[in-house]
Design a binder for this molecule. Structure first.
Ligand SMILES: [Zn+2]
Length: 178
């Protein structure tokens, strides 16, 4: 793991109220399930209240996703706006009691802290994943068909097509019921 991937939060954890701002530019290269066109850029802000670590990220990127209707790849701009808090245990060293504050490790499948260092790319990756569009469309509109869709639905069906037969039987049964 590259050194720039570790954001050192120890200074602010030992000095509650002190802010840290990290400017970010990362391609998250090791992530196979994300297809970034541009690096993730922006800032991560961090501050500790003494027993809570607050993180805020204001990031953006551009990545390739699949149209949810025709599966064609398409590029979308992603804005990543994150706000998270984490428990801190121990007395900050700046209080002069001989204590030491540390982030309480969370039980996550992919840890985002190593002691008092934030694993930048692991944290950013979580934000990118949740910021992806849920149902991206290459035309941007459900009313506008995808250019690559098979056109079967718009071609007229011939009389005697099974679809007409089943439609007729539905109508007949409705007549019977009335
Ligand atoms: Zn499409």
């Amino acid at each position: 793991m590259k050194r720039e991937d570790f954001l050192d939060l120890n200074e602010i954890l030992q000095h509650p109220g002190k802010k840290a701002i990290f400017s970010v530019e990362t391609s998250l290269n090791q992530e196979a399930d994300l297809d970034l066109v541009t690096p993730v850029t922006g800032e991560i802000h961090a501050i500790s209240t003494g027993n809570i670590l607050l993180l805020a990220a204001d990031l953006k990127t551009r990545c390739v996703v699949e149209c949810s209707r025709c599966n064609e790849p398409m590029e979308v701009d992603i804005v990543i706006d994150m706000e998270d808090d984490f428990d801190v245990e121990g007395i900050p060293a700046s209080y002069g009691t001989g204590g030491y504050a540390r982030v309480v490790p969370e039980e996550e499948p992919e840890p985002i802290f190593q002691e008092n260092h934030l694993l930048r790319d692991a944290y950013i990756r979580q934000g990118v994943i949740v910021s992806l569009p849920v149902q991206p469309l290459c035309t941007g509109d459900w009313d506008i068909p995808c250019p690559n869709m098979p056109r079967t639905s718009s071609e007229p069906l011939e009389e005697g097509h099974p679809a007409f037969q089943s439609l007729k039987s539905v109508r007949n049964s409705e007549d019977d019921a009335s």
